[in-house]
Design a protein around this ligand. Structure first.
Ligand code: NAD
Length: 468
């Protein structure tokens, strides 16, 4: 099937260049996109700019109702979206896979519909009136990655339009299909031009991030691209939300119960095959329970099936793209060559798909690229430590800081230590839990700005102070 590569002011537009979206489970095709070009990008920005005045002036209750209707539409088309997501992204239909992602997209949309940021008063008496109003910004460019394509599109689109902005979204060239389908379906709930999409090469992203008519860029992707986005947005001083890479640490204290925490550790690390920004990517375990934690993880992993996403019993699928697959192969091979022990997995699964097994790597150490770099795949390095202060220092010794976790039966101590982790969210006895009512974002080179809840909504609004 050929998808329109642009959706502009409610119309599907088919570009002249056809691009095949690969199905990572088979090496075959998940669909074709008639991709957008620079001219389509200009038209999309123009349509969003034209639609902005009316949308910004639309009564708040009507915008709330429109976002709520978007949630209904996602639910009505849940299975179509999930099947498409599995075909292009690879994740399984079940487990924390495609149906889970579609459900999350609907839930986030519904919650965003309920949000509001009322006028705040600093002083309001006979002397002085100071009121803080909020105003939408204008056209928002939304640029998304390939790991959670639908969920992340929703995280960017919904607060933007809820706040009265209009949007041009550019999905990753690896996973444009679900986003294009979503944007097409949502046209029913939104006036023309409020939500537009352009799918095509990375260069389209650079057009959006430098365009004078774009007021804000919401970017989720790698730190390397985030730096380019910042530079490109600088001449026109755009607002930015940058949700970039991470290398989250989890620290297991000696008093933790290995059997009780194995499941939480496993899914904290292996959700979406590790292709998750705030997945647990470096596991520090105290020497006294190191072997017991390794054994518990190996036992848990043995019961998790990796296979084609369309198999109803698969819990994990293939890696999403060849580049990512080769990165995981290299990092694990290098770790093994440097003396790390492979407890399970460790080499690609033969066949046409990009399958790499669940891989647990013991005796990993800082200095190995598997530890120092974001692997973004199903290979977890497990690092032995003896002094918790040294473990915290090692956890913080990277230039990124998205999430982190402490695992212990002493909650008060775990909380104290968790607050020493340099990251946007620190969890105790869990990793990666996010909610639509709780802000989420990074520190250091993981970016800035937060998503979700009133704090996230505020990122799509400017303050207008009235003082008399
Ligand atoms: P990427 O940076 O390669 O691509 C992300 C998006 O940017 C794609 O749509 C791409 O086409 C676009 N793009 C590429 N070059 C561009 C440019 N010069 N200007 C504007 N746009 C451009 O990232 P990816 O490989 O798709 O995603 C994986 C990365 O995303 C990982 O590092 C991961 O940690 C990060 N991520 C972060 C979060 C978070 O919330 N912090 C969430 C998911 C993923």
């Amino acid at each position: 099937m050929t998808y329109a590569g642009a959706i502009i002011a409610g119309s599907l537009e088919y570009g002249e260049t056809l691009s095949t979206v690969a199905n990572p489970a088979t090496g075959g095709s998940a669909g074709e996109v008639a991709t957008a070009d620079a001219a389509a990008c200009e038209r999309a920005i123009g349509a969003a700019r034209t639609a902005f005045a009316d949308w910004a002036a639309t009564p708040d209750a009507d915008r709330q109702a429109a976002v709520s209707r978007c949630a209904d539409i996602i639910e009505e088309h849940a299975e179509t979206l999930a099947q498409l997501l599995t075909a292009e992204q690879g994740k399984p239909l079940n487990g924390m896979g495609a149906r889970f992602e579609v459900g999350g997209a609907a839930a986030w949309t519904r919650h965003t519909a309920t949000l509001s940021l009322p006028v705040e008063y600093v002083q309001d008496d006979d002397d002085t009136h100071i009121a803080i109003h909020r105003r939408p910004l204008g056209v928002v460019a939304a640029i998304t990655p390939w790991n959670w394509p639908l969920m992340i599109a929703i995280w960017q689109i919904m607060p933007a339009i809820r706040a009265g902005n209009t949007v041009v979204i550019k999905p990753s060239p690896f996973t444009p299909l679900t986003t294009l389908k979503l944007v097409e379906l949502l046209q029913e709930a939104l006036p023309p031009g409020v939500l537009n999409a352009v799918a095509g090469p990375d260069a389209l992203g650079a057009i959006l991030t430098s365009h004078p008519d774009v007021a804000k860029v919401c970017f989720t992707g790698s730190t390397a691209t985030g730096r380019k986005v910042m530079a490109s947005a600088a001449p026109t001083v755009k607002r930015l939300t940058l949700e970039l890479g991470g290398n989250d640490a989890g620290i297991v204290l000696p008093d933790a119960d290995p059997a009780a925490i194995a499941e939480g550790l496993f899914w904290g690390a292996f959700i979406n095959n590790g292709q998750t920004c705030a997945a647990l990517k470096r596991l520090f375990v105290h020497d006294s329970i190191y072997d017991a934690v390794c054994d518990a993880l190996v036992a848990y992993a043995a019961a998790v099936k990796t296979g084609p996403g369309t198999d109803e019993d698969s819990m994990l699928g293939p890696l999403q793209n060849e580049m990512q697959f080769q990165k995981v192969v290299r990092l694990v091979d290098e770790a093994r060559a440097s003396g790390a022990r492979i407890l399970t997995g460790g080499s690609p699964t033969p066949g046409n798909g990009l399958f790499y097994p669940i891989t647990l790597v013991a005796d990993a150490k800082p200095g190995m690229a598997l530890v120092d770099d974001e692997q973004f795949g199903p290979a977890l390095p497990i690092i032995r430590y003896t002094d918790v202060d040294e473990a915290i220092a090692a956890a913080n010794a990277v230039d990124v800081g998205l999430g982190g976790s402490i695992w212990s039966s002493d909650i008060a101590r775990a909380r104290d230590l968790a607050l020493q982790l340099e990251c946007g969210t620190a969890w105790v006895n869990k990793h990666g839990a996010i909610r639509p009512d709780t802000p989420f974002g990074g520190v250091k080179a993981s970016g800035f700005g937060v998503e979700f809840g009133p704090h996230g909504l505020g990122e799509f609004l400017s303050l207008r102070v009235l003082h008399d």
